[in-house]
Ligand binder design. Structure first.
Ligand code: GRF
Length: 209
């Protein structure tokens, strides 16, 4: 599921190719709420994914041709989707979808959650807030998705330094670079069934043996 840039989509797509880190997975569909704004890589990447269906979701005033939730669920079922990956998708995921894919939906967020997460923390706003707070470290979080923004269980994080003279753009680029690695590693673990759930509900990644 993407709304914009599509760089995480690209890195995950590349990782699913033969010899890639997540080659046991396949990208089988792209869901977007922003068909008109895919000027950067999102839909172009999907086209490069040769023939995979693009589903417009949700239906809204600005996207009347979008599908309602029940239809999206049918489409995902027909395509035999096992896992849902949010990569810069800005809309809240409806409860029906969360319930249909228990422990199977991941998101990536560009801060060390639970810091700088939740509604309003997206894009450069996250990095501006991190810099304004004086934090010395930031980094991406991969987490499972529940029915709110950025509150599901953390699966993986990477730490990057916040430098004294960082601009939000510079920090964003440093974090995004790590996103591509940490998300691919998490997706590989998901596809290879290497996620174990501790009794208290904390997910852990088993390393490859
Ligand atoms: C990333 O920074 C991600 O953490 C956030 O949205 C951005 C998406 O980037 N959720 P891209 O579209 O994958 O380039």
């Amino acid at each position: 599921f993407v709304s914009g840039g599509g760089s995480n989509l690209r890195s995950i797509h590349e990782a699913t190719a033969a010899g890639g880190k997540a080659s046991s997975g396949d990208v089988v569909a792209l869901v977007t709420d922003k068909p008109g704004r895919m000027r950067r890589s999102g839909v172009r990447e999907a086209q490069r994914l040769s023939g995979i269906p693009v589903v417009l979701f949700p239906r809204s005033k600005s996207a009347p041709e979008g599908v309602p939730t029940a239809q999206l669920l049918n489409a995902l079922r027909d395509l035999r989707v096992d896992f849902v990956l949010l990569a810069g998708y800005l809309k809240l995921i409806p409860g029906e979808l969360v319930q249909a894919y228990p422990r199977s939906i991941l998101n990536i967020h560009p801060s060390l959650l639970p810091a700088f997460g939740g509604k309003g923390y997206y894009g450069l706003k996250v990095h501006k807030a991190v810099i304004a707070s004086g934090a010395r470290y930031s980094g991406p979080t991969v987490h499972f998705v529940d029915e709110q923004f950025d509150t599901g269980r953390t699966l993986a994080q990477r730490v990057v330094p916040v430098l004294a003279d960082d601009t939000p753009e510079q920090l964003a680029a440093r974090v995004l670079h790590e996103e591509h690695h940490v998300y691919v590693d998490a997706v590989a673990a998901l596809c290879e069934d290497r996620i174990v759930w501790r009794e208290d509900g904390v997910p852990l990644i088993r390393t490859q043996t």
